[in-house]
Design a protein around this ligand. Structure first.
Ligand code: CP
Length: 321
């Protein structure tokens, strides 16, 4: 029998930040905030998603996203199953659609998917009855990363509206940058993407940001958001920068490049010594560990959110009691 606190209803997905309104973002962050207090208790498990099943389907490597989705589901008492493509029948040539159909046969409520191909979460949403959450598709979107980043920023700075966030580095290959630019616009913050011309996608301003090749334009930002150089998405022979040493000299975030009062964020994993100096990564200005912690409560909130229907949603305090 289904849990009345999580009513059945139309399928809701989180595939891109474009799926969200500013009200959705505010509600998810508020839910995450309510859930955060539950993590201070001795018994951290909540009954909210008891009887529900969450499948994590990961076709790309992950530490933070997979671990936090799995723990988030467990903390909400859902049954979880995680399948990494490596070591599964994907190695034998099974297609995404067939793998999704195989997982769907176990009747999951939510499928969380990470995949190198843009649009893979939409394929799963079309071919199963589950609610689908995008945990990163190629260089397209990583909506839960954007939400957790907003949560960590608000915790550290006390507000989101009016903030200026400088997003520095390999914007071209970054789903994190694309999602974050859109999410910041939804909460009334502004963003500037900064990097070498070869790593700035043409027309990125259409997502709602400014673009610059000059790191000096990060000087007045409240947040320096450092992106990982995504060497795995660069084809052999492609040279986006003359050398990593030169990239680092021009765009690497060193202590001298962090203005007093600025906070520094990085989605991880970090290439220490390339895009971020270890002295910055380990400084008090860095929110990297706060981002990881935010990932757990925000992903708990997202799982809760996709499984509830606005019209009959219980207040979060009731839902987690
Ligand atoms: N930020 C992020 O997506 O990290 P993982 O690749 O470790 O999940």
């Amino acid at each position: 029998m289904s849990d009345p606190r999580v009513p059945a209803g139309p399928r809701r997905h989180l595939l891109t930040v474009s799926d969200l309104t500013s009200d959705d973002v505010a509600r998810i962050l508020e839910t995450a905030d309510g859930l955060a207090s539950s993590l201070d208790r001795e018994v951290k498990k909540l009954p909210t998603l008891r009887g529900r099943t969450v499948v994590n389907l990961f076709y790309e490597s992950s530490t933070r996203t997979l671990a936090s989705f799995e723990l988030a589901a467990k903390r909400l008492s859902a049954d979880t199953m995680s399948l990494r493509s490596s070591g599964s029948s994907v190695d034998k040539g099974e297609s995404l659609k067939d793998t999704a159909a195989t997982m769907a046969a176990y009747d999951p409520d939510v499928i969380v998917i990470r995949h190198p191909a843009i649009g893979a979460p939409q394929v799963v949403a079309r071919s199963t009855q589950a609610h689908v959450v995008n945990a990163g598709d190629g260089k397209h979107q990583h909506p839960t990363q954007a939400l957790l980043d907003l949560y960590a920023m608000e915790e550290a700075l006390g507000r989101l509206e009016g903030l200026h966030v400088a997003i520095v580095g390999d914007v071209l290959h970054s789903r994190v940058a694309r999602s974050l630019v859109q999410a910041l616009a939804l909460v009334g913050a502004r963003s500037t993407v900064i990097g070498p011309p070869t790593l700035l996608p043409r027309g990125i301003e259409a997502l709602g940001c400014a673009a610059s090749t000059d790191l000096a334009d990060a000087r007045d930002a409240d947040v320096l958001y450092v992106l990982r150089m995504q060497r795995e998405r660069m084809q052999a022979g492609e040279a986006f920068v003359p050398s990593l040493r030169e990239y680092s000299a021009l765009y690497g975030i060193t202590p001298e490049r962090v203005r007093p009062g600025q906070v520094v964020m990085h989605p991880g994993p970090m290439n220490r010594g390339i895009e971020i100096d270890p002295r910055v990564a380990d400084s008090d200005a860095a929110l990297v560990a706060d981002q990881v912690r935010a990932g757990l409560v925000v992903r708990m909130a997202v799982l809760y959110d996709v499984l509830t229907v606005a019209a009959v949603r219980a207040p979060v305090t009731e839902a987690v009691a």
